[in-house]
Design a protein. Structure first.
Length: 144
């Protein structure tokens, strides 16, 4: 029995399976933080739904936040589960294995979701080891 979802495609979950934070030097002077996300693998995956299975795509990713000059790094690895019609999932997995390319609309939704969740997780982890936030936070400026 297939799942009914209002729109054709959707992110239905995301999970981390590796979290590494390493602070190698004290925080001092001017610091720059470079964030990067890379897709490592896209595969077809069966998800149990009741007594049947639903075909989904798993986007395996690696997110890194590098604090320069050589102060710290945060690495998050995991996967995002994405749902669409079975034919679309099979086409997506085949295209990825052949060309390492994904449709622009799908890639935008997937990367924005990964970046949003990874930036929040990196923000919490940075706080735990006394690092500045890896993303710019809003600041108040009071004028006289």
């Amino acid at each position: 029995m297939p799942i009914y979802i209002e729109k054709n495609m959707s992110v239905i979950g995301m999970q981390f399976n590796k979290i590494i934070i390493e602070k190698t030097n004290p925080v001092k002077g001017k610091i720059s933080v470079k964030n990067n996300v890379a897709l490592e693998k896209v595969e077809k995956h069966e998800v149990p739904v009741g007594t049947s299975k639903q075909t989904t795509a798993r986007f395996h990713f690696k997110f890194t936040a590098s604090y320069e000059p050589k102060i710290a790094s945060i690495t998050l690895k995991g996967f995002l589960t994405w749902f669409d019609k079975k034919e679309k999932i099979e086409e997506l997995a085949k295209t990825w294995s052949k060309d390492k390319k994904i449709d622009k609309e799908i890639m935008t939704e997937v990367l924005n979701t990964i970046l949003g969740k990874c930036n929040i997780e990196a923000l919490v982890l940075a706080r735990e080891v006394n690092l500045p936030p890896p993303i710019p936070l809003p600041k108040v400026s009071i004028k006289q």
